[in-house]
Design a protein around this ligand. Structure first.
Ligand code: NAD
Ligand code: IPM
Ligand code: MN
Length: 354
């Protein structure tokens, strides 16, 4: 039986509730398809930081390197500053492993009433391709004169040609496989050095792909467009920060941020890729067993596809679709009363192998 070594990091808050449930789904589908996920559960978290002084052990990245993929819940919890927890675990993994693509699909499922009451699944089916290694998320900058009236903080964005070209390449290739449409999120009217450069590289790719339909929109107008006319969009390529914001907005348009998945990809395969829901640790609902597990389960499907199990991935995605379209099972974020476990049980029941 084929075996894949998975580093499973539940992390904080509802990560501990949704990740084990998703593993239950993946184990089931693996058994039916003749593969096994050998998960090493790593308790790297804010709790660990508070007892041991670090989010992960000093050799943490080396330990992850021995795995075929990383499956992550959510990182960050009140009690540890976010810049400490996130830059101590999530962001180093994305960077050390060259996971420069953060691919975040957004779909409206039949059976979910999003905020756009008349929208149909055909109208909301897009993918945010988020640059995941550079841009606005940088360590360059500093703070001076703290505690004085002259105090100030500076943070510099970095957009390299290599980093910008490789994310554009990924987005254009994905658009070619989908509807042939790619939109770029810019803000070159206000951000006058980095964004014009981003536009220039996008323009070069657009010129090289006359068969694809391309447009660039300012991020503010694009955000409005997500709500007013989501059907206009298919692949959206965005910088690190713009892609972060658009992916939560898109998830909300599709009904809940509890649904949305993400794949942090190193397309060269030289290091493990990482799969995690778009949402965070949700401290406001943590510990109650009511978190929506779909974002984590769908992220698991993206992981199976990445590991070469296309049929198994599709089965998981279809089970999610079937449950939403044909049953009333819904967690509270979708207006229902199901628990995390009940929702997962329904999805497992809808698998053909069940
Ligand atoms: P959040 O995504 O954790 O929560 C935002 C809102 O969405 C909350 O009301 C929450 O209850 C709800 N929500 C989120 N996931 C849900 C689910 N599966 N089911 C039902 N409802 C859900 O965002 P936040 O409050 O800004 O962040 C909380 C913590 O998580 C912070 O420390 C933040 O830095 C961290 N965070 C981590 C990640 C990650 O690990 N990738 C992502 C986002 C936020
Ligand atoms: C995400 C999160 C992270 C990000 C935070 C927690 C650093 O919001 O994965 O979307 O901005 O990348
Ligand atoms: Mn985010």
């Amino acid at each position: 039986m084929r075996e894949h070594r998975i580093a499973a990091i539940p992390g904080d808050g509802i990560g501990n509730e949704v990740l084990p449930e998703a593993l239950r789904v993946l184990d089931r589908v693996g058994a039916a398809h003749g593969f096994r996920l050998a998960a090493t559960v790593l308790p790297w978290s804010c709790e660990r930081y508070l007892t041991d002084g670090a989010m992960m052990p000093a050799d943490g990245l080396d330990r992850l390197r021995e795995h075929d993929a990383v499956f992550l819940g959510a990182v960050g919890y009140p009690g540890v500053p976010d810049h400490v927890s996130l830059w101590g675990l999530l962001i180093p993994i994305r960077r050390a492993f060259g996971q420069y693509v953060n691919m975040r699909p957004i779909r409206l499922f039949d059976g979910i009433t999003g905020p756009l009451r008349d929208a149909t699944p055909r109208m909301v089916d897009m993918v945010v391709v988020r640059e995941n290694n550079e841009g606005e998320y940088s360590e360059i900058g500093g703070r001076l004169y703290q505690g004085t009236p002259e105090e100030f903080a500076v943070q510099q964005s970095t957009f390299t040609r290599r980093g910008t070209e490789r994310i554009m390449r990924f987005a254009f290739e994905l658009a070619a496989e989908r509807s042939g449409r790619v939109a770029s999120a810019t803000k070159s009217n206000g951000i006058i050095h980095t964004m014009p450069f981003w536009d220039e590289v996008f323009g070069e790719f657009a010129a090289a792909h006359p068969d694809l339909s391309t447009e660039q929109l300012h991020i503010d107008a694009l955000a409005a467009g997500f709500v007013l006319n989501p059907a206009r969009f298919d692949v959206i390529v965005a910088s690190n920060l713009f892609g972060d914001i658009l992916s939560d907005l898109g998830a909300a348009v599709a009904g809940s941020i509890g649904i949305a998945p993400s794949a942090n990809l190193n397309p060269s395969g030289s290091h493990p890729s990482m799969f995690e829901p778009v949402h965070g640790s949700a401290p406001d609902i943590a510990g109650r067993g009511v978190a929506n597990p779909i974002g984590q389960i769908w992220s698991g499907a993206l992981m199976l596809r990445h590991l070469g199990h296309e049929a198994a991935a599709r089965e998981v995605e279809s089970a999610i679709e079937t449950v939403l379209a044909t049953t009333d099972a819904r967690t509270p974020d979708l207006g229902g009363t199901a628990s995390t476990t009940e929702m997962t049980d329904e999805i497992i029941r809808a698998l053909p192998s069940a």
